[in-house]
Design a protein around this ligand. Structure first.
Ligand code: ADP
Ligand code: MG
Length: 350
């Protein structure tokens, strides 16, 4: 490890937080525990309360009820400037009249660190994010991605107890976004700072986090490692929000779902018996060429390595099937096919 690592992270406990704005309940009993050094991504649609949760953890907003503890200490009524949080926002938060290095030094200056230590530390942090060569540039001379790297270096320079990132990638274009996403994770692993990363982008959350907390309407629906959130969604909301889902009529009998001529086990949270709706991921739909098939290919969308094949069933339901582009090449619009289901566990709701 480099000198960037300043110690193990601290645990964070948000307990039963509510935040009411007039008639809006931005948070409605949010409980979220983050382990020391852990990287948690809070994922949810716009308006579900992610920013409110982050601001309350930072001390920039006050909860209507509930508690915030950091490193085992109740900080619910501690002001923001005494909480030592490093923050990175959506974009354009650098001071335009300061260079990259001066931006990174800023927090250290405010905290009264002496000049030589400040510039050594700031240079180290710029090095950590790969921007040593840009130390003397102003924000206007840097790309959006570079500016966000400086913002990350600035947030980490003060050796924060917790690093908070609120949609830090959403103003960047797709390629830079995935590069910087991986860069943020690399840096976080290197420094070991407990991190809360807020995003509405499921791919982003799944790619970076130790655990993903899926939020809906001011509450946490599930908190689990990415693979588990994906394979074992705890609620229909999680199943639908994390991954596009097809809705297919299914019958449940003794813990097994019957649909599209297949029988597959059901996930916890499914109905126990009777008729319901299965949530089926595009990659779990199989498509087989079959001149006697009752389903018809409507269209094929090429997405590089994978393609989406839209198939219409006899009841006019259209299923979204994800195939490798090599496999999808066999299907033309109008082709007769049979669809099936990969043998994965499915959530079946009423
Ligand atoms: N300062 C505020 N005044 C009034 N309503 C607010 C305020 N901040 C947030 N809200 C409302 O609280 C809800 C949650 O907002 P927010 O935490 O920003 O969601 P997210 O970050 O997930 O998009 C939204 O309905 C939003 O309109
Ligand atoms: Mg927000």
């Amino acid at each position: 490890m480099t000198s960037a690592r300043t110690g193990v992270g601290v645990g964070v406990e948000l307990t039963d937080l509510t935040r009411v704005y007039g008639t809006v309940k931005a948070l409605d009993g949010l409980t979220l525990h983050i382990e020391p050094g852990e990287f948690v991504a809070l994922l949810g649609p716009s308006g579900c309360g992610k920013t409110t949760a982050l601001r309350i953890l930072a001390g920039l907003d006050e909860a209507t009820s509930g508690t915030v503890s950091v490193g085992g200490r109740d900080v619910t009524s501690v002001p923001a400037n005494k909480r030592d949080m490093g923050m990175v926002f959506q974009a354009y938060s650098l001071f335009p009249h300061l260079t990259a290095l001066q931006n990174v030094e800023f927090g250290l200056k405010v905290r009264g660190r002496d000049r030589s230590k400040r510039s050594t530390r700031a240079a180290e942090m710029l090095d950590l994010v790969g921007l040593s060569a840009h130390a003397d540039k102003y924000a206007a001379e840097m790309s959006g991605g570079q500016q966000q790297r400086v913002a990350l270096a600035r947030a980490l320079a003060i050796e924060p107890s917790v690093l908070l990132l609120d949609e830090p990638l959403s103003a960047l274009d797709a390629k830079v976004r995935s590069q910087l996403r991986d860069e943020i994770r690399r840096v976080q692993l290197e420094v070991g700072t407990t991190t809360l990363f807020v995003t509405h982008d499921q791919e982003e959350a799944l790619a970076v986090a130790d655990r993903v907390g899926v939020m809906s309407q001011g509450r946490l629906e599930q908190l689990a490692p990415p693979a588990q959130v994906y394979a074992n969604p705890a609620t229909p909301f999680v199943a639908e929000f994390v991954g596009l889902n097809n809705r297919v009529p299914a019958r449940v009998e003794a813990g097994r779902a019957l649909l599209l001529g297949a029988t597959v086990p059901t996930l916890d949270g499914s109905i126990a018996n009777g008729q319901g709706t299965a949530l089926l991921r595009p990659e779990s739909v199989t498509v087989t060429a079959d001149p006697a098939g009752t389903a018809t290919v409507k269209s094929v969308a090429f997405l590089g390595p994978i393609s989406r094949v839209y198939v219409e069933l006899p009841d006019a339901t259209v299923l979204d099937a994800q195939l490798s582009s090599a496999a999808a090449r066999a299907f033309e619009p109008g082709a007769r096919v049979t669809v099936g289901v990969e043998p994965t566990r499915l959530l079946v709701v009423s």
